[in-house]
Design a binder for this molecule. Sequence first.
Ligand SMILES: Cc1cc2nc3c(=O)[nH]c(=O)nc-3n(C[C@H](O)[C@H](O)[C@H](O)COP(=O)(O)OP(=O)(O)OC[C@H]3O[C@@H](n4cnc5c(N)ncnc54)[C@H](O)[C@@H]3O)c2cc1C
Length: 420
Amino acid sequence: MSDCDVLVIGAGPGGSSAAYWLAKQGLSVIAVEKKTFPREKTCGDGLTPRSVYQLEAMGMADFLSKQHRYSGLRAVAFKRDMELNWPNHPDLPNYGYVVTRFDLDAAVANNAVSAGAKIIQGAEAISVTKSSSGQIDSVSVKVKASDETLIFRPKFVIVADGSNSRIGRQLGVARDRSLPMGLALRGYFSSPMSNDKFIESHLDIRTKDGEILPGYGWIFPLGDGRVNVGIGLLSTLGKWKDVNTTKVMEAFVEQAPKRWGLSLSDPLYTPTGGKLPMGFSLGPRSGPNYLIIGDASGAINPFNGEGIAYAYETGRIAADVIGDAIKQNNFRSLERYDRIIDKRYADYYAVGRAFVSLIGKPIIMRSAVNLGIHSKTIMTPLVRIMANLMREDNKGLPEFTYQTGLALVKLKNAVMSKKF
Ligand SMILES: Cc1cc2nc3c(=O)[nH]c(=O)nc-3n(C[C@H](O)[C@H](O)[C@H](O)COP(=O)(O)OP(=O)(O)OC[C@H]3O[C@@H](n4cnc5c(N)ncnc54)[C@H](O)[C@@H]3O)c2cc1C
């Protein structure tokens, strides 16, 4: 039997961020992680300025300085390309990094340990028991090496067990199936362009027969001789589940610009895939003494499939809320978590979900991409909106475009619910 202030289930980006920020407040925090670091995690390995901001806030600038830094996004479609630097922003950096999750997650977990958190690796949370009031009483954790089961009775629990979230499901967390979901596949390739200063997004991915699909393909340079290549598709595509993602990936690799030197016979290439729960499509996100964060809450940005930043951010918010609840000895204050998440993301994610529904219609997708790839005036604000890099202090075209989108979404919602 083990006690602590907070037990964190999962030590990926969300769990390690939560553990770090809890430890920084001097709380006793234990994270259990079913794998042993360093471990592979299927991902595009792309860190945008939002992720970099969170990592630097956790004191990881030194680690990042040794990784492959890039300066912006190259959008590619219909045989044209356009390079767009990350914009200047008063808070966020104007650069990103590409770092394998093998290296990144181990470093972020170690950083949490240095801050005072305890992480038990090779330890899988298998079940929770709840009281009649819905509070988590205990968490059973199976330790692989010793085959023993530890029982934790923490004051608070943070569930950060990722997109398959076994513990979330036990707690009754479910996906709103009317909201979009993503599916992605990635693999590594050796490439002569591994040091490229741009990450590349292909907005016109298609089947072998040339049919354009809603989603995008990416080539992210790792700076170590490799690139991370992948495709992401959206559930707004009609027969989504019938699409053979491996075949789409193969078509993407074969059609990719020759300069990357990609080959399907590359021995590095062993594709793996995963789900992208997006737009806060999962809930409820909180209970009497627990909070759900990161992918387990569907926190991925629906505009671009980015989830690392949002796992760090929700982890940090959860740590702040729990820290306050402990200081005030007031469990009810956990309700603040939902209010903060709604205030910070609800509008933006509503526009993102509307965007995803729109581009799910092939004709709209094709026309929008065709228009955008011919005009920097369109692409510049669009990229700033999609990567959530808008400014509060100096509003311009991106912010105006976004506000117009938000007004339209709100109008549509009001019409649908007949609330004029
Ligand atoms: C193909 C693909 C490409 C992507 N590319 C990008 C990208 O380029 N950039 C980006 O920002 N996002 C990307 N994402 C999304 C990103 O990977 C996720 O949003 C992010 O990993 C979420 O972090 P998390 O901590 O919530 O979950 P995870 O990273 O999944 O971490 C959960 C952790 O919990 C552990 N765990 C699970 N169950 C238990 C249990 N019962 N007990 C103990 N431990 C447990 C797991 O081992 C894991 O370490 C991509 C996703 C996919 C599938």
